[in-house]
Design a protein around this ligand. Structure first.
Ligand SMILES: Cc1cc2nc3c(=O)[nH]c(=O)nc-3n(C[C@H](O)[C@H](O)[C@H](O)COP(=O)(O)O)c2cc1C
Length: 366
């Protein structure tokens, strides 16, 4: 693997704000969806995204879901601000009122996001109470109206992340209806979490594991709509598995938990999926490249743990990975923890990687 750290994107310095000057691209090409890290509440905050960006220049990164109400009435800079080094980065909105989504999309686009995504997959009770998220699978025309309103409001691509159906819906009919409605509205791409959501009786966590995966359903959708960029999500554990699904005809794959738990897998995204060198050679270089960002964050009042909580899995599979995690979970959470704390933690990890990438049994037990 060739290493080129000179252009490694170090986030931190400039920040996109509502008056951001980053030009908005207008069209999505299928390659834009080739690989992405999923939107994950409480996980994919700006620190997490900045960290992931040190591991891949090409992965598309998504924010946590933000509701239209929060965007329109809440503290925008805190909810939407992000570092200039995070591009390409998409904002995910939660809502079901076309006018509110248009307004929220306009506000988010002004921050400089590269894409606005609508959540049609979240099954939580709170989201169901607001009649958005996965329950919108039952209202494809409404989703189409939402997409049309968002498209009219912004120049950046508008995408939808959905399920293959909910509850007793037939996934063939439900996904077709959704895809038809959003295509008519001009959607730029669809990301399909390849399982149903069961809206009664399962927690959001169970809804990410229990309904069975059906990649075949997403492949059939792509065959039926070759012109629509479509990425698949759900249960994809490695970049090779993503490449395999792309090889079967899909435009891209979105990884959530695997990328978060084992971020070093992102080091293979650029070489394997884009034929380009990784920004850094290994997790140690990634950490080194990320230190200026951490220093900026600390200087801005963020506690070390606020950044490093996303990095606990960085050394998975190496001797000392457990000591790294333990040091960050103890010394790293104390007031005053700083870059030295981080360096000490990294010093506990062996640079020998002869143990393969799978977590050691000893470490898997943590
Ligand atoms: C902690 C957590 C938070 C999540 N939050 C969101 C969210 O805000 N919006 C969304 O569309 N999906 C959310 N998801 C679902 C993921 O985006 C993804 O669809 C799901 O985890 C399946 O992909 P995976 O098997 O690769 O993790 C979340 C998942 C997790 C684990």
């Amino acid at each position: 693997m060739t290493t080129d750290t000179s252009t490694a994107p170090i986030a931190g310095a400039a920040t996109s704000t509502e008056s951001g000057t980053i030009p908005n691209p207008t069209a999505m090409v299928p390659e834009d969806l080739r690989f992405s890290v999923a939107p994950m509440m409480d996980w994919t905050d700006r620190h997490c995204r900045a960290f992931h960006r040190t591991l891949s220049r090409r992965a598309r990164l998504y924010t946590e879901m933000v509701t239209t109400g929060a965007v329109i009435h809440g503290p925008r800079e805190r909810l939407l601000g992000f570092g200039a080094g995070e591009h390409p980065v998409a904002v995910q909105l939660g809502g079901s009122e076309p006018a509110d989504l248009a307004e929220a999309a306009r506000i988010a686009a002004a921050f400089g996001y590269d894409e606005v995504n609508l959540n049609v997959g979240c099954p939580s009770d709170r989201v169901q109470d607001g009649r958005f998220g996965a329950c919108l699978m039952r209202e494809p025309d409404r989703v189409g109206d939402c997409v049309a309103a968002m498209k009219a409001a912004v120049r950046v691509p508008v995408t939808v992340k959905c399920r293959i159906g909910v509850d007793d819906q037939d996934p063939e009919a439900a996904l077709d209806a959704l895809a038809e409605a959003v295509t008519r509205a001009g959607v730029d791409g669809l990301i399909v979490h390849a399982r149903k959501a069961w809206l009664q009786g399962l927690s959001p966590k169970e809804n990410r594991d229990i309904p069975p995966l059906d990649y075949g359903r997403v492949l059939r959708l792509k065959q039926a709509r070759p012109e629509l960029p479509i990425a698949v999500n759900g249960g994809i554990a490695t970049v090779d598995a993503a490449a395999d699904l792309i090889g079967q005809g899909l435009d891209g794959a979105m990884l959530g938990r695997a990328a978060y738990a084992d971020p070093a897998i992102l080091l293979t995204v650029d070489p394997v999926l884009f034929g380009e060198p990784a920004p850094v050679a290994d997790p140690f270089e990634a950490l080194e490249a990320f230190l200026p960002y951490v220093a900026d964050a600390l200087a801005g009042g963020t506690r070390l743990q606020g950044v490093t909580r996303h990095m606990l899995g960085l050394f998975n599979g190496r001797p000392g990975a457990r000591a790294w995690r333990r040091h960050l979970a103890t010394a790293g959470t104390r007031p005053g923890a700083d870059l030295d704390t981080l360096r000490v933690a990294a010093g506990l990890v062996s640079r020998e990687s002869g143990f393969g990438h799978a977590p050691l049994a000893e470490e898997a037990a943590v």
